[in-house]
Write a protein that binds this ligand. Structure first.
Ligand code: G16
Length: 544
């Protein structure tokens, strides 16, 4: 074995987006592409002597190749130890858990999250820091800048190592690779947070559930915890074996792409409870019988009922939500007398609030919910929290949510996505909106009146870091909102997201179909941003 220095040149476009660097697999397969990014990362992180790195991914196509490359580069960079998920498998939340539990200096997660996989699909790489959370903006920007200045990378020429035997320990140069059980640390943490006895009794009493792992990485975790530790009947977990191409499907747990689960939950004799998780198991969708819970409502319901779970029995110190997420959580925070922080989109913005103990629960409209237990959103955690709630409270998912609306009011909420539109057209649309902002307040649009309009800016209350241009908000006098953002996770053209929210206090008005309840706002959103003119699209690609 020997270290090699390989000459390279900078490859443009390696700036991480909302959650790491995501590109088509073919892009990652180009010579030096992955190596350049990893060298940029290691150069930015500095001296690795004596340090432990956690490594794993969601098992998608190209995962196993990338693992071998990164191991050899980590060895060349001088890491003392790598904790590697068996078979290269570690969910995003499990990686965060392992980093924190084992005092690692950080971790690399190979995933493009909910994006499709396979040879024609997407691949991705992201770095999580010592606190277990996504690299902050300053770090990802420094990595990017470094990739623009590379002339070489270092790699060991050691042979590939066996990554499939848990418990194995292999040496590459001076570095030890320990192959760890992908599930054990994470499952142990879950058993400390939730009342597993109560959930076991719930299943023993005949409660039925389907957990759709969408052929992605939550499968092994859901099998081990739900069917293994909690005695849910075999068959509770469906699509539970991670596949490199996710079965050709789109592993995104929303009512559109998790169609199989929605069909099951809407059928006669549907199970009591349904849930799904995404490619890397950090997202979740919660479903009752013929009843889908929005992620914004899920966060609010969990916050209002947090004390049912042993891990949160002392109550919560605060809630944090991304700006486009509905303000249902604010009403709960007000009732509890705790703050509700509004951050830009991206889990990385919750890290400082969690580290400082300012927030206990966090959530995003993009099917992300989590807490202080790790520094990532956590799909299986959210499902266990709901199970704990159902076990303690009784009743159905629908009962719990409608009772919540009765108490706090309902925030009708929807997101309209215009996917793969021309990137220049998308930027022009946002630019035109910015120009209009100052003239909007006071304008009457249909039966709404604009109270304020801005481009969201955020100053982190803990470290003072600042983020601007984080989404355009049009806020109405009745509390309704329209928000426009460009996605930071797509790999084709641009994706325009339009977020729509309307508050309804009157319980008699809580059962209107969502798109109907939001129709007035939808029309305004289309006309103010001239969406048809800019994008040529008359309808969104996906409505959730
Ligand atoms: C990532 C981030 C989330 C963010 C989501 C959507 O999720 O971790 O914080 O809400 O992207 O981002 P965008 O609207 O920019 O596409 P994931 O599950 O893809 O890692």
């Amino acid at each position: 074995m020997a270290m090699q220095t390989v000459a390279t040149t900078p490859i443009p476009g390696q700036r991480p987006g909302t959650s790491g660097l995501r590109k088509k697999v073919a892009v990652f397969q180009q010579p030096h592409y992955l190596e350049n990014f990893v060298q940029g990362l290691f150069d930015t992180l500095g001296d690795a002597a004596g340090k432990t790195l956690v490594l794993g991914g969601d098992g998608r196509f190209h995962n196993r190749n990338a693992i071998q490359v990164i191991l050899k580069m980590a060895a060349a960079h001088g890491y003392a130890r790598v904790l590697l998920g068996q078979g290269g498998i570690l969910s995003t939340p499990a990686t965060s858990c392992v980093i924190r539990k084992h005092g690692a200096s950080g971790g690399i997660i190979l995933s493009a999250s909910h994006n499709p996989g396979g040879p024609d699909g997407d691949f991705g790489i992201k770095y999580n820091a010592e606190n277990g959370g996504p690299a902050p903006e300053a770090l990802t920007e420094a990595i990017y800048q470094r990739t623009l200045a590379l002339s070489q990378y270092c790699i060991s020429n050691a042979p590939d190592v066996d990554i499939d035997r848990a418990g194995a320990s292999v040496k590459i140069e001076g570095m030890t690779v320990e192959v760890i059980d992908s599930v054990a640390d994470y499952a142990e943490l879950m058993s400390q947070l939730f009342d597993f006895d109560a959930i076991r009794r719930l299943f023993a009493a005949g409660f039925t559930m389907r957990f759709d792992a969408m052929h992605a990485v939550s499968g092994p975790y859901a099998h081990a915890i739900l069917e293994g530790m909690l005695d849910a009947p075999a068959g509770t977990v469906i699509n539970g074996v991670p596949l490199e191409d996710f079965g050709g499907l789109h592993p995104d747990p929303n009512p559109v792409t998790a169609e199989e689960l929605i069909d099951i939950m809407c059928a006669n004799a549907a199970p009591d409870f349904g849930a799904a998780s995404d490619g890397d198991a950090d997202r979740n969708m919660i479903v009752g019988r013929d009843f889908v819970v929005t992620p914004s409502d899920s966060l609010a319901v969990l916050a209002a009922n947090a004390t049912v779970a042993p891990g949160y029995a002392d109550g919560i110190s605060g809630i944090a939500r991304s700006m486009p997420t509905s303000r249902a959580a604010n009403r709960v925070a007000d009732a509890l007398g705790v703050p509700c922080y509004e951050t830009p989109t991206g889990w990385k913005y919750f890290g400082t609030l969690l580290d400082a103990g300012k927030a206990t629960l966090c959530g995003e409209e993009s099917y992300g919910t989590g807490s202080r237990h790790i520094r990532e959103k956590d799909g299986v955690w959210a499902v266990l929290f709901w199970l704990n709630l159902l076990a303690v409270r009784g009743g159905s998912v629908r009962d719990i949510v409608t009772a919540h609306w009765q108490r706090f009011g309902r925030h009708y909420y929807s997101r309209h996505d215009y996917e793969a539109i021309d990137a220049d057209a998308a930027h022009l649309l946002m630019q035109d909106l910015r120009i209009k902002l100052s003239n909007l307040p006071g304008q009457k649009l249909n039966h709404y009146e604009v109270q304020a309009a801005d481009d969201f800016e955020y100053t982190d209350p803990v470290d003072g870091s600042h983020a601007s241009q984080q989404g355009i908000r049009i806020m109405m006098t009745d509390g309704s909102r329209i928000v426009y953002r460009l996605s930071g996770t797509g790999t084709e053209g641009a994706t325009l997201r339009v977020y729509l929210e309307r508050f309804e206090a009157d319980p008699a008005q809580h059962h209107i179909p969502t798109q109907q309840a939001l129709a007035g706002l939808i029309a305004i959103a289309d006309s103010v941003a001239s969406i048809v003119m800019h994008t040529g699209r008359t309808n969104p690609t996906v409505i959730t």
